[in-house]
Design a protein around this ligand. Structure first.
Ligand SMILES: [Zn+2]
Ligand SMILES: [Zn+2]
Length: 172
């Protein structure tokens, strides 16, 4: 028998996979049942896989609404910025499919990824690490501005004291 080093035969990775299976689901979704919320609060895994926290899909804040979309031509929709071409799951259609949230109209739909989402792949979503970096930059900026304001307050207090002292000198 030869060890091919694949994940199927490597005991190290077999163990890692088993560990992952045993440990996954330690984060409860906001909609999780009481049992699962209690279990994750104690560091345990959820009892129901449906109660585990999922990835989050958040629309861009300037997403066009459907009333506007219905009035646009197919080309106008395809030309919309990549950030609007996000997946939308159609659980009513037969078969159920992932559709583009903007590439649709009266009587037609487009599977996701649509041509625009394929063309501008990385521009569709913001990875979480980028969001975290941006938040950190904003926090650093707030800290810097607060320090600046504190410094100006100190300068102002010194100047006011100087003026008070001058007034006192004039009166004397
Ligand atoms: Zn549950
Ligand atoms: Zn699209």
């Amino acid at each position: 028998m030869t060890d091919t080093g694949t994940t199927e035969t490597d005991p190290f990775w077999q163990e890692q996979i088993a560990l992952h299976v045993a440990n996954r689901g330690k984060h409860a979704a906001p909609s999780a049942c009481g049992t699962c919320r209690g279990r994750t609060a104690n560091g345990e895994t959820v009892e129901h896989d449906g109660c585990a926290r999922k990835a989050t899909l958040i629309e861009a804040p300037d997403m066009p609404n459907w009333e506007l979309l219905i009035e646009m031509t197919e080309q106008e929709k395809a030309d919309l910025p990549a950030r609007f071409h996000i997946p939308h799951f159609d659980d009513c259609g037969k078969p159920n499919v992932w559709l583009c949230a903007v590439c649709w109209g009266d009587g037609w739909v487009t599977g996701w990824p649509c041509a625009t989402a394929m063309k501008h792949g990385t521009k569709v979503f913001t990875p979480q690490h980028d969001t975290e970096r941006e938040q950190k930059q904003q926090q650093d900026e707030v800290t810097r501005l607060r320090a600046e304001v504190a410094e100006l307050h100190t300068k102002l207090a010194v100047r006011e004291q100087q003026l008070t002292d001058m007034d006192a000198a004039v009166i004397a």
